[in-house]
Ligand binder design. Structure first.
Ligand SMILES: *[C@@H]1O[C@H](CO)[C@@H](O)[C@H](O)[C@H]1NC(C)=O
Ligand SMILES: *[C@@H]1O[C@H](CO)[C@@H](O)[C@H](O)[C@H]1NC(C)=O
Ligand SMILES: *[C@@H]1O[C@H](CO)[C@@H](O)[C@H](O)[C@H]1NC(C)=O
Ligand SMILES: *[C@@H]1O[C@H](CO)[C@@H](O)[C@H](O)[C@H]1NC(C)=O
Ligand SMILES: *[C@@H]1O[C@H](CO)[C@@H](O)[C@H](O)[C@H]1NC(C)=O
Ligand SMILES: *[C@@H]1O[C@H](CO)[C@@H](O)[C@H](O)[C@H]1NC(C)=O
Ligand SMILES: *[C@@H]1O[C@H](CO)[C@@H](O)[C@H](O)[C@H]1NC(C)=O
Ligand SMILES: *[C@@H]1O[C@H](CO)[C@@H](O)[C@H](O)[C@H]1NC(C)=O
Ligand SMILES: *[C@@H]1O[C@H](CO)[C@@H](O)[C@H](O)[C@H]1NC(C)=O
Ligand SMILES: *[C@@H]1O[C@H](CO)[C@@H](O)[C@H](O)[C@H]1NC(C)=O
Length: 774
């Protein structure tokens, strides 16, 4: 080991630590009481008279307040008009997030009082301002004319005076806010952000190379937190959703204003860490989820067998044939997903009873579990008002019926459902159509019901050892999952259809991962043409689909026609047991991609450029993915998001006949990405440089996997006695080939092949062409 390398490693470990403890950066522990010490590194909120304020960064005003407002008795009360200033108070305090200074402004409307306050925490530990609305008195008939408005606004920002060159990313719509996500300029007349019940966090950033970034999101009562945009006066406000009709005395509602100096992706990550810590999201559920770790077979929309069986056969027979094919082709599916075709539905399509029909599974799920040995993931949608579980329909559980929909209101119901389901092998409950279930009178008008519904479901799942996937979630549902550790994953783009473009998950994966959710790309085909499919379509880019699924770190769930699976392609994801060989974190879009979409949308696209990495024994192995480029781009290390010092290995992976080209990827020699398309996307891998004797050695890893160096495969790397020693893991009788690159003048490959014995472990030494199995 050369000294230089140790220095590099030390640097990396330090920067990784920084990520996990929010932003200590260069200051270290702040023992002083002087919270203004970091002015130059923090956003500062300055109040003027009667609660009006500005928020500045480095002398520049980024935000100035608009009118604050509340509603009751079908009337709006607004500052500057009928919402009357009573008193204000400045105080200092400390809570779980750290030391803060609080400015509180009290207003009256009729006999009622409301407090609007802002707690500014001390950067760098907690670079945040929390805006709070506190309602002293019971308020009735609060609802706005439109559910997409808000019934209380604080903070609100007046965009008419906003001239800074800022961009935004606004999450919105379904699939945790992927489907309607918008990019653009933030400022006067320009901020076309998502509003209303499908709105979500808004990310605002400047145009620096490492953009200063702000995220504004609900911080409490996620299910009723909304953003509204008054287009007449160009003000944007955060507050309680427009449908809510009753605000009890003592209600408080909070909005988080979080900021960071390390760019868009990193700030979103830091915000997420704070949110997960504050809400005690337990990430062990995600780590332990079998469906996140192993290959599974899916039958949802886009799948070959979605509302379609083999000709003249039942679903039961079709699934048994899929199992038989998997066995004969040695495809290691480890679970099976049953989609919405299995259960009986009410008149308008809601679920009546969550059990398989006699037509689909004449022998039931337990029989299927027994025959296949596969545990299952099972889909559910919104409840029909005719559901047999509701007391009103002769069932045993409380539901609110709002024909044609219904919503359960007691946890016992979920306990019953899940307790029964786990007996037939359910491991993952897929709650789909979350937006549609939420969009009914009871949930839209009640302050608490949305949260109660999801928390009862989540608690019962945790009690029964199940995990949950959210599908068609609005951002509010995604935020609510912070209170539900059993929710381990979420769909992050629209439904797959062969050939569609739903693989572009580099931005939504960032949001999912920040909330502690494994991003799910959805199913895909591994073969271009699958005859007799119901969609009448082809999948032109099966490899693209497969690589994106693997890099997501979420489920990998193909859905090919029997005997159409490209097993070679599919198995690039996994080991012989179906264990997904993935990177240490989801691949996400680089900041430049987001900034181009916000600031230069008409320029030729630099395409989807994502990066991620694997860490083994502290050594980082980077991975860069690029596809669908219209123009070439040069990126240095920090632009790619790497904080470590790597080398670049070039590989197309699709066609490995190409010679490996090794680049010295320093901060000043950029990586030039060009012609990365959907059929020939680019994958670049980086390795630290190991010194063995007089030669420089890079570890490539398994050439026939998308992620050649994965923590699921490589347990340890040791450098001893001028040698590199890898401890690797695999399944009994699995053969793996590990490749090293000798890098001096030119480069040459050296491979070691291993066949695992019963212990599933082996030791590979660079110096020895043979591996030691144990
Ligand atoms: C509103 O709440 C304040 C503070 O708790 C209280 O003093 C006041 O009497 C309440 N007003 C009404 C009409 O209940
Ligand atoms: C816009 O501002 C004007 C002047 O402050 C006010 O009279 C009007 O009600 C506002 N419009 C809306 C839609 O709030
Ligand atoms: C399915 O059943 C129909 C009607 O009995 C028959 O005409 C057809 O040939 C069958 N198809 C297959 C593939 O067995
Ligand atoms: C299926 O059921 C049979 C008979 O009850 C039992 O012997 C067998 O172990 C079961 N197989 C699985 C995979 O559960
Ligand atoms: C909610 O449902 C109403 C009809 O009841 C529909 O008009 C509206 O578009 C739905 N909203 C969303 C966001 O789906
Ligand atoms: C399977 O995928 C590989 C790429 O991994 C490709 O080379 C091969 O042609 C594919 N096979 C078929 C039958 O499409
Ligand atoms: C943008 O793409 C078009 C078509 O590929 C090409 O002709 C043009 O030169 C490109 N423009 C820039 C600025 O790269
Ligand atoms: C995104 O941020 C995370 C930390 O939250 C970091 O580990 C990762 O490298 C970043 N990726 C990119 C592409 O910037
Ligand atoms: C790669 O770059 C590093 C740092 O600039 C330099 O020390 C090293 O000699 C370079 N290696 C080669 C093979 O060019
Ligand atoms: C990385 O590239 C950007 C331009 O895209 C440049 O401003 C920055 O200085 C570069 N970083 C280094 C260390 O060269």
């Amino acid at each position: 080991m050369v000294v230089a390398w140790i220095v590099v490693l030390g640097y990396f470990v330090l920067s990784a630590l920084c990520d996990s403890t929010l932003r200590w950066r260069k200051y270290g522990d702040d023992q002083s009481n002087n919270w203004r010490k970091y002015d130059e590194e923090q956003f500062d909120i300055q109040f003027k008279e009667q609660g009006a304020f500005t928020i500045s960064y480095d002398q520049d005003v980024w935000f100035s307040s608009g009118p604050m407002f509340v509603r009751k008795d079908e009337t709006s009360y607004k500052t500057g008009d009928n919402l009357k200033f009573v008193t204000s108070q400045t105080s200092f305090g400390q809570d779980e997030l750290g030391r803060y200074v609080s400015n509180l402004y009290r207003f009256s409307y009729g006999p009622n009082l409301v407090d609007f306050s802002a707690r500014q925490y001390t950067a760098p530990k907690t670079p945040a301002i929390i805006f709070s609305q506190y309602f002293h008195n019971d308020s009735l008939h609060v609802a706005a004319l439109n559910v997409n408005e808000i019934v209380s606004g604080f903070p609100t920002f007046d965009l008419r005076g906003s001239f800074m060159n800022l961009g935004f990313l606004s999450f919105g719509g379904r699939m945790i806010g992927d489907t309607e996500k918008k990019f653009g300029r933030w400022g006067k007349g320009a901020a076309k952000i998502n509003t209303g019940i499908t709105s979500g966090p808004v990310v605002i950033f400047n145009n620096k190379i490492q953009p200063v970034t702000v995220i504004i999101s609900p911080f409490s009562e996620f299910m009723v937190g909304s953003v509204a945009h008054d287009l007449v006066n160009d003000t944007v406000g955060w507050g309680i959703m427009g449908g809510v009709d009753h605000i009890p005395a003592g209600t408080s509602y909070e909005t988080m204003f979080y900021y960071g100096m390390d760019g868009i992706n990193k700030t979103i990550g830091q915000w997420g860490k704070l949110m997960r810590d504050y809400y005690r999201k337990d990430e062990d559920y995600r780590r332990a989820d079998l469906t996140v770790n192993y290959l599974g077979y899916w039958t949802d929309n886009g799948a070959y067998y979605y509302y379609q069986t083999e000709p003249n056969l039942t679903y039961e027979q079709t699934i048994l044939d899929i199992k038989q094919e998997a066995d004969s082709q040695k495809i290691p599916y480890r679970y099976l997903q049953y989609d919405s075709w299995f259960y009986p539905k009410g008149p308008e399509g809601g679920v009546k009873t969550w059990e398989p029909t006699a037509e689909t599974f004449p022998d039931g799920f337990l029989y299927m579990y027994n025959q296949t040995g596969w545990p299952s993931a099972a889909h559910n949608r919104w409840w029909s008002s005719t559901t047999t579980y509701a007391i009103q329909n002769g069932g045993n559980y409380q539901f609110i019926l709002d024909p044609p929909k219904a919503i359960p209101t007691e946890e016992e119901f979920w306990e019953f459902l899940f307790n029964d389901a786990k007996k037939w092998g359910l491991i993952l409950y897929e709650q789909d159509w979350l937006d549609v279930e939420f969009n009914q009178t009871a949930t839209l008008t009640d302050l608490k019901l949305g949260r109660t519904w999801l928390n009862q479901m989540g608690q019962a799942a945790a009690n029964n050892g199940l995990t949950i996937q959210y599908c068609m979630a609005n951002p509010r549902h995604a935020l609510q999952s912070l209170e539900n550790s059993a929710v381990t994953q979420a769909r992050v783009s629209n439904d797959y259809q062969p050939g569609n473009e739903q693989w572009r998950i580099g931005v939504s994966s960032m949001f999912a991962d920040a909330l502690g959710l494994a991003p799910y790309k959805d199913t895909f085909w591994t073969t271009q043409t699958e005859t007799g499919n119901k969609y009448g379509k082809d999948e032109p880019f099966p490899a693209l689909e497969a690589v994106v699924a693997t890099l997501s770190t979420g489920p990998v769930g193909p859905s090919d026609k029997i005997s159409s699976t490209n097993v070679t392609l599919l198995m690039r994801c996994c080991n012989q047991d179906g264990l997904i060989l993935k990177p240490s974190r989801p691949a996400v879009a680089i900041d430049k991609q987001i900034m181009q979409a916000a600031f230069n949308p008409t320029q030729n696209s630099t395409g989807e450029i994502w990066s991620t990495y694997t860490i083994v024994s502290g050594y980082p192995f980077g991975l860069v993915f690029a596809a669908d480029q219209e123009s070439e781009i040069s990126l240095n290390r920090s632009e790619i998001g790497f904080t470590f010092q790597p080398m670049v290995i070039f590989s197309t992976m699709i066609d490995r006949s190409e010679k490996i080209e090794v680049l010295n990827f320093t901060q000043t020699t950029p990586l030039v990405l060009s012609k990365c398309s959907k059929s020939e996307f680019c994958l670049y891998y980086t390795s630290p440089v190991f010194s063995v004797g007089s030669s420089s050695v890079l570890i490539y890893g398994e050439e026939d996997k998308w992620v050649p160096m994965s923590p699921q495969r490589v347990l340890r790397i040791a450098t001893l006695n001028s040698d590199i020693i890898l401890t690797v893991k695999g399944s009994f009788e699995e053969t793996v080939k590990f490749t090293f690159i000798e890098w001096s003048s030119g480069s040459s490959l050296r491979s070691v092949t291993c066949t695992f014995g019963p212990s599933g472990q082996a030791v590979i030494r660079y110096s020895s062409p043979k591996c030691e199995t144990q």
